[in-house]
Design a protein around this ligand. Structure first.
Ligand code: SAH
Ligand code: SF4
Ligand code: F3S
Length: 480
């Protein structure tokens, strides 16, 4: 069994009684073993921690070996066709284990579950449960249905669910970095994207529950939180007004810049990161807040998708090339040391050679520190699938992607090289992948830094590292 932090049940006396009764009533789950594997974005990994919390509270234990699990869950991603293919291949391995152990429950969670719904049960005969991202509270009930011999589906999306009150169990944690979900869903409808269909409408989580979670992580020794949402800059929380005893401040609610500040104020020793920023929504207020607090990391993930305004319009990104450049200029002006990363799609519908060149020239303009780069993959049901032909041949998509990747490789290297000779504050995360003689950790700008172990320091502490050289992806130095 993994080393797990048992989630706080509740601090409220009256509800503690309830929790105890629940535990007694749920003895049937005690000792059952849960295996959960996650694919896709950080949001999915964070959701798996909520799922684990819900089931551990019911008496489940987790296991890292699916062969001896009673319940095997795969938390899935639909973003590109190959993401779904990877899940299906893995599912085959799980169903082989199920043939050996017929009592095993195999469940599909997350975005693919939401996209395919009960069709999944027709396609994959050995899957017992299909559960969408807003239905995880229903898991114990769904497991009961399977215990009673049925196959179970719950893919209802919600306008309210944020799992605000659930204290996630940290899975595969190093005890230093944690994801904290601040909102769910997406209202943007980028034409290529399946997320609005798999995750539903955008909703923000109560800021107090976010602060409580971050404070509790800090108290447990965590030193870095990453605030998660598909579009964090549109975070907006408004209290529901009951009666008339509410101040005007409360009615105004909390925006993302204010939330960032509240989290930063927990402790100067707690680093704050966030992802993802949408170019149309990132405000100067957010940039000034980042600049104001040393512990809000100087790193922004700002997906561009394309450098050409016509393609951006077809993508329904709601900004154009000039707007994006203006946002980059604002970042450079307000936070001069800020690292910027991006997502790029090669070969979107009707993209011409000249338009592709504009993506490359945008990369030259920004000089991204890092990029995630993809060939366009048509997703059923999206606006692009309905409106445009996926007309760029794979060979062309592939060649364009290679040009993008090669350029990014140069830029990443260049950006790392510019750090050589500088002293960087690094949060030690653990031993480096290659050797227990070296520690690794990240700089404020999110660059991986490797340096020899020094006796006086251990993971979770900050050190100043003089960068002496770099490889293509890592800075190498020594503590000063
Ligand atoms: N909310 C984030 C992105 C989430 S999806 C944002 O708005 O930027 C992560 C990335 O996957 C996207 O930025 C995009 O670059 C890529 N992506 C999404 N749908 C895709 C598709 N159909 N084909 C190829 N890449 C896609
Ligand atoms: Fe998808 Fe666009 Fe929403 Fe990002 S902002 S999740 S790309 S629809
Ligand atoms: Fe994939 Fe769903 Fe995230 S489609 S990228 S797991 S929101």
């Amino acid at each position: 069994m993994m080393d797990l932090l048992i989630p706080d049940k509740t601090h409220d006396e009256s509800r503690q009684g309830e929790a105890l009764m629940l535990e007694q009533a749920d003895n049937k789950y005690n000792g059952r073993k849960l295996y959960i594997e996650s694919y896709g974005c950080a949001m999915n990994f964070s959701d798996s921690e909520i799922v684990a919390s819900i089931l551990l509270n019911k008496g489940f234990e987790t296991t890292t070996d699916y062969n001896n699990a009673d319940v095997v869950f795969i938390n899935t991603c639909s973003i590109r066709e190959n993401a779904e293919q990877r899940v299906r291949n893995r599912l085959k391995e799980f169903t082989v284990a199920k043939v050996k152990n017929p009592g095993m429950i195999v469940g599909v969670l997350g975005c693919m579950a939401e996209r395919l719904k009960s069709k999944f049960l027709e396609e994959e005969k050995l899957v017992d449960v299909v559960v969408g991202p807003d239905a995880y509270r229903d898991l114990p009930n769904l497991i009961d249905q399977v215990d009673d011999g049925a196959r179970a589906v719950n893919v209802l999306l919600s306008r309210e669910e944020t799992y605000a009150d659930i204290n996630p169990v940290r899975l595969n944690s190093n005890g230093i970095n944690a994801f904290v979900s601040i909102m769910r869903g997406c209202d943007n409808m980028c034409s290529f994207c399946v997320v609005p269909f798999t995750r539903g409408r955008e909703r923000s989580r109560d800021p107090q529950s976010i602060i409580n979670e971050c404070q509790s992580l800090f108290d447990q020794g965590y030193r870095e939180v990453t605030l998660l949402g598909q579009n964090v800059d549109s975070y907006k929380w408004k209290p529901t007004v009951e009666g008339d005893s509410i101040s005007t401040d409360e009615i105004k609610g909390t925006n993302f810049a204010q939330l960032l500040e509240m989290v930063a104020l927990i402790s100067p020793e707690l680093r704050v990161r966030f992802s993802t920023s949408h170019p149309k929504d990132i405000t100067d207020e957010v940039l000034y807040t980042i600049a104001k607090y040393d512990n809000i990391c100087n790193y922004i993930h700002l997906p561009v998708q394309s450098g050409n305004s016509r393609v951006l319009e077809l993508m329904n990104r709601t900004y154009d090339r000039d707007w994006y450049m203006d946002r980059v200029n604002a970042i450079r002006r307000i936070i001069p040391e800020c690292a910027i990363s991006t997502d790029v799609i090669a070969g979107f519908c009707t993209e011409t050679e000249e338009e592709h060149q504009e993506t490359l020239s945008m990369m030259d303009f920004v000089r991204y520190d890092y990029a995630y780069m993809f060939m366009y993959s048509e997703r059923p049901g999206t606006l692009a699938a309905k409106r445009f032909a996926d007309d760029i041949p794979d060979t062309v998509k592939n060649r364009r992607l290679n040009e993008i990747v090669n350029k990014q490789r140069q830029h990443s290297h260049e950006r790392l090289q510019a750090q050589v000779g500088k002293v960087k504050r690094v949060l030690i995360e653990g031993f480096s992948k290659k050797s227990t003689n070296d520690y690794c950790g990240r700089s404020d700008q999110n660059a991986m830094v490797v340096f020899p172990v020094t006796e006086n320091y251990k993971p979770g502490q900050y050190v100043n590292v003089l960068v002496e050289r770099c490889t293509t992806a890592t800075l190498i130095g020594k503590v000063v």
